[in-house]
Design a binder for this molecule. Structure first.
Ligand code: ZN
Length: 116
């Protein structure tokens, strides 16, 4: 399923369901950022990969956001920036932050940008 255009190369960004450490999650990745197993069984960018845009839906788990949804990813690709809801530790309140595509991490949180 194509969610939108890659912010870096304009390729299609595809949603793929994968299982990582026993959890079913989504991987959103640019069609030009394919990974494969190398001879040491390490998971590396394919030799023909010309892009690095890959985001796992559980990328914000540290901030207690269980999943970045397909709709959120679609919106991010369209708008270039979206607001997501994060949570503190159990029992503490939720808060909102902007996220943007990041060439190194896939997406990153703009901690210092205030939310209106
Ligand atoms: Zn790309």
């Amino acid at each position: 399923m194509v969610l939108g255009q890659c912010p870096y190369c304009g390729g299609n960004v595809i949603a793929q369901k994968i299982t990582a450490k026993g959890q079913k999650i989504n991987l959103y990745h640019c069609e030009h950022a394919r990974k494969e197993r190398d001879i040491n069984d390490d998971y590396v960018f394919a030799s023909d990969a010309s892009c690095r845009f890959r985001v796992y839906s559980n990328t914000f788990l540290r901030w207690n956001k269980r999943s970045l949804s397909e709709n959120e990813m679609k919106q991010l690709l369209k708008e270039g920036q979206i607001t997501i809801r994060l949570h503190g530790r159990k029992g503490t309140s939720e808060y909102f932050k902007h996220i943007v595509p990041d060439p190194e991490y896939g997406v990153s949180i703009l901690w210092d940008t205030p939310i209106d």
